[in-house]
Ligand binder design. Sequence first.
Ligand code: 3UK
Length: 509
Amino acid sequence: PELQFPEQLNCATELLDKHVVEGRGDRLCIRAPGLSWTYAELQDKANRIANVLVNDMGLVPGQRVLLRAPNNPMLAACWFAVMKAGGIAVATMPLLRAKELKAIVDIGRVNMALCDEALAEEWRLCAATLAQPIPVRHFNSEAADGLEAAMAQASPLFDNANTAADDTCVFGFTSGTTGVPKATMHFHRDVMAICVCWPPHLLRPSPEDVFIGSPPLAFTFGLGGLLLFPMAVGASTVLLEKASPPQLLEGIQRFGATVMFTAPTSYRALAAHGEALRQTPLRKCVSAGEALPAATRALWKEATGIELIDGIGATELLHIFISHDESNARPGATGKPVPGYRAKVVDDAGQEVPPGTVGKLMVQGPTGCRYLNDARQKSYIKDGWNLTGDAYLMDTDGYFHYQARLDDMIISAGYNIAAPEVEDALLAHPSVAECAVIGVADAERGQIVKAFVVLKAGEVGDPAMVRTLQDFVKQTVAPYKYPRAVDFVEKLPRTQTGKLQRFKLHEPV
Ligand code: 3UK
């Protein structure tokens, strides 16, 4: 990939204005139920909002703008407006409550906010607790002091801020599994780098593609997959405020979506609609956020005929850094380093281990971790490499196989057992809908493997089922990995980004 960027670079110029300048302004860009905008229309909105930010709200380059909305066209326009004005976009997950928003305002030293009227209540609760009030405009609102009213008065022309390639433009917030949230800082050139590394080499989208998916734009998986990547090729993107599996299915049908981004659980649920999906033009499906079990890959292929594209990404690296395309899919492997990135597996001393050995994943490339004012930077970056916190092994062909989060490795009677491997084995059983595996303390073995299983409708979680599942696991993985304890549950705890929260299963229910 071409990773030499000019000294002055503004990602809004490259991803949005360029299409209008080059005569593609009439092409559809953003689609949503009841509304669609061309590239020229998105540019018009973004320019007006940029003028409101600068002239009415007093934004100067480098200031932080909190964005709060479900995935919708106005959120996209606000995001580009912040880029144009040389600000830093701090997009927040729609479900956050006032207390969590306050932490982001404090850590990110947020200067102003643009908030969807539909999510205004938590923002108002948060704003009431701030020592210094900050300017805010509400959008998707008819209020006289709302953003749309100000946009109507503003000029549709805006000269983008003359930002440097390494001016920060995005804070991606991440809380990991627990703990105080951290802001990861990304530059204009990082935004462009992720558009030239993974998409052209592994997704290979065309300008005719229609993108759709579930991750919020506040999650960098969604920002890339549902906004930056479609716009980098002049394609269109469908933004859905709610994107549960039935809503995704309806969206794919209604908009003729061809490229989908969502998490493994969502693929498992959607697989029940294989027949309906085969009637749509859907052709490329990307899975990320957590490990893709081999059983889920097989289920999706069987249901829809489509080979999933897996990719591991992280907020710290902005997007996907190990992945594969349809012709290099190997069950159980995430793939190879994305062009532009390097990866290796090391032991506790930081020495590279031979192929086939499990160790810690380290990654290097055009993007990488820059925590804002946070000492945890020291544990994520070692010798210039990013330590993602994942256990991986590389096979002799150079494919990287995910094992577990380093803290999800179970040690039982001296054996190392990766929780996802046992989950993978359980998911292959036809009675299992979802499952999660953890290690629980055991006097004799140190830890034992315990599984929490959500059964498919109509299945009964009785002792016979426990034995069936245990025998099933013993047949596909080394018998010592079988779950000695099995609990049947209604649902599993997940983050807003769709990740299993295994640590919550350690707490009594
Ligand atoms: C895990 C995966 C196995 C892994 C993300 C795509 O998930 C994203 O970012 P987060 O900061 O979490 C990072 C961690 O999630 N993970 C993500 N994808 C996979 N594990 N296979 C996968 N395919 O533990 C990683 O360290 O929330 C994903 C693009 C952008 C993102 N921010």
